[in-house]
Design a protein around this ligand. Structure first.
Ligand SMILES: *Cc1c(COP(=O)(O)O)cnc(C)c1O
Length: 362
């Protein structure tokens, strides 16, 4: 394993004996009688196959992900959504009461929540607001990482960032990886990469041994209900260690695996891609229309499937929309997004309802 990750792992993981499940021991594809996992042999109608535990990390699905993300199957850990990937990485790297993670708020809340559950400290290096957009404070991130006593193990960068919609330049993320190599791992959350113009950094994984990338089928593939995500690293020994020692026995539900294989198939993937293009088109259509409202002070540029909108009367508008059966997320009381709401991009008809509500709001 590359020292850039190995030296950051909580040391007991090196010698830990992971659980060996019945699913790992035997090849389920063969015609055999399976009496090794206390499964029930009687399948029920409409639920065929569900009597058997699923493969822990199905090879066919790893191949499909590898094809979609442009990596090798042994660079992938498959998880229950990107959310579970964050839990696993926190558990692997953060020694309770000793280590810390770094986040750049306003950003996704789960990085901090999972760290505090260890408990590990959360050091915040807020995004800077420059020229109507948000930027990473690269110097402050690197300085914090090298401050003695802070023990920062994970640097979370979300790009495009939730809730601001901002993409951070790949060059800059690459520099942060280089500058912190050996000291911390950079967890790049690319949940919204499919909606962005610069795309994913998966092709740079080999250049950065301390880079771990999170991907998910939830948003761009319309699969939030199936809970299917991944994390990716160039270090195949690290990936193998995670699979052997840090996962639940049967983490991926059979139905979710089947749905993921279906959505990544040649039949469905182009449809998902076309829908992403539609959402981007809608995002670009409604941005200037939102700005026409005198309640809208500013609409942040977005590379994701949502818009962060600074408003007069943000809280009141969210309430007004809810009264009219449109649910919008209020960010107005959170540091860095004062007076802001976040609107997910819907269908053209749904977006038109939002625009009409803004028009009717007073
Ligand atoms: C939605 C979201 C996630 C969670 O994704 P799941 O795969 O559904 O768990 C992770 N990160 C960010 C930034 C998100 O917005």
């Amino acid at each position: 394993m590359n020292p850039a990750l190995k030296n950051l792992l909580r040391p007991h993981y090196i010698d830990l004996q992971g659980y060996v499940s019945a699913g790992m021991e035997s090849d389920k594809s063969a015609e055999k009688i399976f009496l090794n996992a206390n499964e029930n042999p009687y399948e029920l109608p409409g639920l065929e196959g569900f009597n058997r535990y699923p493969e822990p990390q199905p090879k066919s699905l790893a191949a499909a992900y590898a094809n979609a993300y442009g990596v090798k199957p042994d660079q992938i850990v498959m998880t229950r959504g990107a959310d579970e990937a964050i839990v696993i990485l926190t558990k692997l790297f953060c020694e309770p009461h000793k280590d810390a993670v770094l986040t750049c708020p306003p950003t996704f809340g789960m990085y901090g929540v999972d760290a505090k559950a260890m408990p590990a400290d959360v050091l915040e290096v807020p995004l800077r607001k420059t020229d109507g957009t948000f930027t990473l404070d690269q110097k402050a991130i690197v300085n914090a990482t090298f401050t003695p006593g802070q023990n920062i193990k994970l640097i979370y960068i979300c790009s495009p960032n939730n809730p601001t919609g901002t993409s951070f330049p790949h060059d800059q993320i690459a520099e942060i990886c280089r500058e912190t190599e050996g000291q911390a791992a950079v967890i790049l959350d690319e949940t919204y990469a499919e909606f962005s113009s610069q795309g994913s950094m998966t092709s740079s994984l080999a250049d950065h041994p301390n880079l771990i990338i999170l991907r998910t089928l939830s948003k761009s593939y319309a699969m939030a209900g199936m809970r299917m995500g991944t994390f990716l690293s160039a270090d195949t020994d690290f990936i193998a260690l995670v699979k052997a020692k840090a996962l639940d026995a049967y983490p991926l539900p059979r139905a979710s695996v089947e749905a993921a294989l279906h959505v990544l198939s040649d039949d469905i993937r182009p449809l998902a891609k076309a829908n992403v293009a539609k959402l981007i088109e809608e995002r670009n259509r409604i941005l200037p229309l939102l700005q026409k409202s005198h309640y809208v002070k500013y609409t942040y540029p977005s590379d994701a499937n949502f818009l962060l909108v600074k408003m007069n009367k943000a809280e009141e508008f969210v309430k007004f929309a809810a009264e009219n059966n449109v649910i919008i997320r209020d960010f107005s009381t959170k540091p860095g997004t004062e007076n802001c709401i976040r609107i997910s991009i819907g269908t053209p008809e749904q977006n038109d309802v939002v625009l009409k509500l803004l028009n009717d709001f007073e």
